[in-house]
Design a protein around this ligand. Structure first.
Ligand SMILES: Cc1cc2nc3c(=O)[nH]c(=O)nc-3n(C[C@H](O)[C@H](O)[C@H](O)COP(=O)(O)OP(=O)(O)OC[C@H]3O[C@@H](n4cnc5c(N)ncnc54)[C@H](O)[C@@H]3O)c2cc1C
Length: 400
């Protein structure tokens, strides 16, 4: 595959590069450099800066306020964003429920929800998984019973990322059990988190952060107009969304950025000790990870090209999710190895802002590598575990 950019695309790249260099609020850029987690308001300010530039709908068609970018532009945007160490775009609104609403929602829903999603006025979270229903999602038990002009929702969703910040949640709920296949009778419902009967309880992740939650529904009344598409067809909509999610979780551009940074840091010596580039075993592992990432980058480009030609990302997105998250975790392990015993004292207090910006491995921000290492154990679980991706690849890609 041959990747070259036209004059216009190169000009676009320069514009994107300048935006990420100059328009990310400085306090947010500094937190990013120092590996300090962002607050809710930081994410919103960053996304509003994108909105002001007209780029919030990076993945949306023009008719709904999106950029209508070509695949090459999206690729450039993603790469420049990663290379600038920019905050991520929180996917639940712009990347997930927005596209579901403009694809399957009615006109009233489009008018009501899309502008606030684009402008990041409303924070969304994703309510698919339940205690006991993760990989086997079709076994989900949260019920929505139709009573007059509203559904009454009862049940529990779990692992809800950043649900503590959310104003709204999009849920897969069971509206009928009288079905031939369990995938039928599941519906896609939008629920205001302020509705009486919704409660959120935190779950702490292995490194001690509050990133995920349980969301409980106790006789929650949801107006019927919040049903997206047809009742009982939620599985179809949810599956489309999962394939987009898996394509997005590969994180090729950001792993590429992290590997480049690690290679540069490995060239420096720490307190007079020999630099890591002299460690042939470490450099061999670094090079092997870089080569595998390059191969994945081309797989991603092929998938993007297929999407550009009008196809939805199919089961091939499982290859991206599987390999992309394996390489994220391999990169995390290399950072741990590079930091050596400096990575050991992993406590949230390490999130301080006084590291020198050109910190060397073991002397600065990289001592937070264990926080990242432990946090990113999640990558091989969320969006469908990597074992499940292997099953999908075997069945739907290899035809075994
Ligand atoms: C940090 C984090 C954030 C998340 N955020 C969200 C969110 O915002 N919203 C949301 O809805 N969900 C979210 N999830 C949930 C995620 O999608 C599920 O954890 C995932 O689908 C796995 O389900 P489970 O946890 O129930 O594990 P289980 O399904 O119980 O699986 C347990 C183990 O068994 C393996 N296994 C299960 N079935 C098979 C099989 N058929 N073949 C081979 N191996 C199998 C799995 O791979 C896994 O290793 C998040 C998860 C994490 C860790």
């Amino acid at each position: 595959m041959h990747v070259t950019f036209s004059e216009d695309e190169l000009a676009f790249r320069d514009e994107v590069r300048a935006f990420f260099r100059n328009e990310i609020p400085e306090d947010i850029a500094r937190k990013q450099r120092q590996n300090v987690p962002l607050e809710r308001e930081d994410h919103i300010r960053f996304q509003k800066a994108l909105f002001s530039k007209g780029w919030a709908g990076y993945n949306w068609p023009i008719e709904y306020g999106g950029t209508g970018w070509t695949i090459a532009q999206k690729y450039i945007f993603g790469t420049e964003m990663a290379d600038a160490n920019s905050p991520n775009i929180i996917p639940f609104g712009l990347g997930m429920v927005g596209p579901i609403i403009y694809t399957f929602g009615n006109e009233a829903q489009k008018l009501r929800f899309l502008p606030d999603i684009l402008e990041s006025n409303v924070w969304w979270c994703q309510g698919y998984s339940e205690p006991g229903s993760g990989s086997d999602l079709a076994s989900l038990k949260t019920r929505a019973d139709l009573e007059g002009d509203h559904y009454v929702v009862n049940g529990t969703k779990t692992w809800t990322t950043l649900g503590q910040h959310a104003d709204w949640i999009f849920c897969l709920v069971r509206t009928s059990s009288d079905v031939a296949r369990r995938q039928e009778g599941i519906s896609f419902l939008l629920i205001d988190m302020q509705t009486p009967g919704v409660t959120v309880t935190p779950i702490l992740t292995i490194e001690g952060d509050h990133e995920i939650n349980e969301v409980h529904f106790d006789d929650v009344q949801v107006p019927v107009e919040n049903l997206v598409g047809e009742e009982g067809k939620g599985w179809t909509y949810g599956k489309v969304l999962l394939q987009h999610e898996r394509t997005g979780t590969a994180g090729v551009a950001s792993t590429n950025y992290r590997l480049k940074k690690l290679r540069a840091q490995a060239a420096r010596s720490v307190r007079g000790a020999a630099p890591l580039v002299n460690d042939r075993n470490f450099m061999r592992k670094l090079a092997a990870t870089e080569v595998e990432l390059k191969a994945l980058e081309f797989t991603e480009l092929r998938t993007l090209a297929a999407v550009a030609s009008g196809k939805a990302p199919g089961p091939e997105s499982s290859i991206l999710k599987l390999k992309g998250t394996e390489l994220q975790q391999a990169t995390d392990a290399l950072y741990m190895e590079a930091a050596g015993y400096y990575a050991l004292p992993y406590v949230p207090d390490q999130y301080v802002l006084d590291f020198p910006e050109d910190a060397r491995v073991g002397e600065g921000a990289e001592t937070t590598s264990s926080l990242r290492y432990f946090n990113f154990r999640k990558a091989s679980i969320y969006g469908g575990s990597n074992e499940i991706q292997k099953n999908i690849i075997a069945k739907h890609v290899l035809g075994l």
